[in-house]
Ligand binder design. Structure first.
Ligand SMILES: *Cc1c(COP(=O)(O)O)cnc(C)c1O
Length: 232
């Protein structure tokens, strides 16, 4: 899969350039390869090219892929990034290493209760609905601090930081605005005593804006795997 390997290198190059422009070390930005709708074999090929962390949005699809790649389980980090209904939390608590899309306390409580005892705490991010966010899910900025403190107290979760999916915007300056708002909230919460180290923001179209505003995980699908086909 020469395209995939070329694309991965090109994305790493975009991250390195943006980090340099921001005066940041490129190693402070982690690449999450979003493999939703793409087959397990693409994940295998990306892993062979050095990629470790993969993001998935749909529970059933993800479980099938995790099972197909069971031989690589210890070498991969699986991140759940899609909308999560409360009746679908158990397989996520049992199978994933991270959940970026925790948008309310009830979901966090279920994940904590359902996380198997023999596994380390599940790494989670609180998804925040920065104004006008396309998906409409996420805690509001106003309620984020209260929800974050409650999540941080749950025994089988480790609250790592914040995640957002800003509305698509045209130019770099415009793209930076919601990422900056998320970073400012992140800094306020850290000032409040929460030990957060993760800002999950930036997708194929706004990676540079996110890195300039402090992203520590960028979630990249299209620029690595190509355009998604939802027809089947
Ligand atoms: C699909 C998806 C991505 C990747 O988006 P691209 O534009 O393909 O890079 C990132 N984050 C979330 C939450 C997604 O659902």
């Amino acid at each position: 899969m020469p395209d995939l390997i070329h694309n991965l290198e090109a994305v790493q190059e975009r991250i390195a350039k943006a980090a340099q422009a921001a005066g940041r070390d490129a190693s402070s930005v982690h690449l999450l390869a979003v493999s939703k709708t793409f087959p397990a074999e693409d994940v295998r090929a990306a892993h062979a090219a050095g990629q470790r962390a993969f993001g998935e949005n749909y529970v059933q699809e993800a479980i099938a892929k995790i099972e197909a790649l069971a031989d690589l389980r210890a070498a991969l980090d699986w991140h759940f990034i899609g909308p999560l209904q409360s009746n679908k939390t158990r397989p996520v608590a049992e199978r994933f290493d991270w959940v970026h899309s925790v948008d309310r306390l009830k979901i966090a409580q279920r994940l904590s209760e359902q996380r198997p005892e023999n596994l380390p705490p599940l790494n989670v991010c609180l998804q925040v609905n920065i104004s006008g966010e396309a998906s409409k899910s996420g805690a509001s900025i106003a309620e984020a601090a209260q929800v974050a403190h409650a999540i941080a107290a749950l025994p089988k979760l480790k609250l790592r930081g914040l995640m957002a999916i800003p509305e698509p915007a045209g130019g770099l300056d415009e793209q930076r605005v919601p990422h900056r708002q998320l970073r400012e909230l992140f800094e306020r919460l850290r000032g409040d005593g929460l030990e957060l180290d993760t800002l999950s923001m930036g997708m194929s179209a706004d990676l540079e804006a996110a890195v300039l505003e402090g992203a520590t995980i960028v979630r990249i699908g299209t620029a690595i795997f190509g355009a998604r086909d939802y027809s089947h």
